[in-house]
Each structure stands twice: as C-alpha cells, then as structure tokens.
Design a binder for this molecule. Structure first.
Ligand code: NI
Length: 180
C-alpha cells in the first residue's frame, strides 16, 4: 500500500492536459503501481474518486468509487472503476445540480451542474474495454474525474461563485439547498 501526496490547487500539474497511456504501457510496473496508489490514496482520504494529475502524474488515468460502503472497509465494492484514457459522451440534456468537493481543493463545497446521463468508455487496468452508461451521482463523479485530465477543476464549473463554502458551514446551512 502506498498513499501518495494529493497535490492542491496552485500546483501546475492540476492545470495541464494529461497524456494518454499507450495500450502497451498499461501492464507496465509504473502504470500498475500508479493505479494501486490512486486507489490507496483515495481510500486514505475517504474520497469517491481520484485522477492521476492529483498525484502529480499527468497521464489519463482515473479511479472512481461512487458507492463505497464507508462503514465496512472489508466490503468488496462493486462501484470501483479504473478507467484509462476515458471518454465521455453526453446522452441527455437533463442535468443534475449538486454540491461537489475535491481532494485537491480541500474543505470546500460548491454547486455544479453536470449531465445526468453519460456513456463512459475507456480501458480497465487489464486493458479490457469499458463501455457503460452512468446516471446521476455516478455520472457526475465520472465527469469530475475526467475533467482533471483536461486541467479542469469543479471550481471552473460552479453554477454561482456564491455557492462556494466550507464543508462545515455547508453542512450546517446549505443541506436543504443541495437538493435541486
Ligand atoms: Ni477532484
């Protein structure tokens, strides 16, 4: 297990467009270790997703786990996804408004609008194709993580800068407003 440092906003790696991973490199020790470390680092921070640029590696690799059972660390999660070279297609005009946070922008939450139904394609850590439809929160997590690969953070997509607040105050005052 290796937990890497999660870089924070201001580090230039968060604002770069990341490079694709060549198919023949997926099984390399570097990429496999990166994937394992992304998972360990995300779990250590209690996140629902992490993108390689957040550990200062500008490669197109994301991990997500939008339904992790936080009360049971031994549970085998079925929402864990590792996606290499992910591609998102918007499938709906329907949007989802909700509050997001980011491990690279600690302690803050802000309201973002995301597409409510997407198609996610890419390769898994064994190089096998991924092609699935994601809805709602899962779709939002995928859009958030894939944005990191293009140097975009959720702050760039706030519906209103005034929605931004600290987590504690958000939970105290904005809980009702989080439901669109
Ligand atoms: Ni993030």
């Amino acid at each position: 297990m290796a937990v890497r440092e999660v870089i924070r906003l201001g580090h230039p790696a968060l604002r770069q467009v990341s490079a694709p991973v060549a198919v023949e490199d997926i099984h390399s020790a570097d990429i496999q270790q990166l994937i394992t470390d992304l998972i360990d680092t995300c779990y250590a921070q209690d996140g629902v997703g992490l993108a390689a640029p957040q550990v200062a590696v500008n490669r197109r690799v994301v991990m997500m786990e939008w339904a992790r059972d936080r009360r049971n660390p031994d549970a085998v999660p079925d929402s864990l996804r590792i996606v290499i070279n992910p591609e998102i297609t918007f499938l709906s005009d329907e949007t989802l408004r909700h509050y997001e946070g980011c491990l690279s922008v600690p302690d803050l939450r802000g309201e973002v609008t995301r597409c409510a139904r997407i198609r996610l394609r890419g390769l898994d850590r064994d190089g096998r194709p991924i092609d699935e439809i994601l809805l709602g929160f899962a779709a939002a997590v995928a859009q958030h993580e894939c944005d990191h690969l293009d140097g975009i953070v959720y702050l760039d997509r706030l519906t209103d800068l005034k929605s931004l607040g600290f987590v504690r105050e958000h939970l105290q005052y904005r809980t009702r407003a989080a439901v669109p």
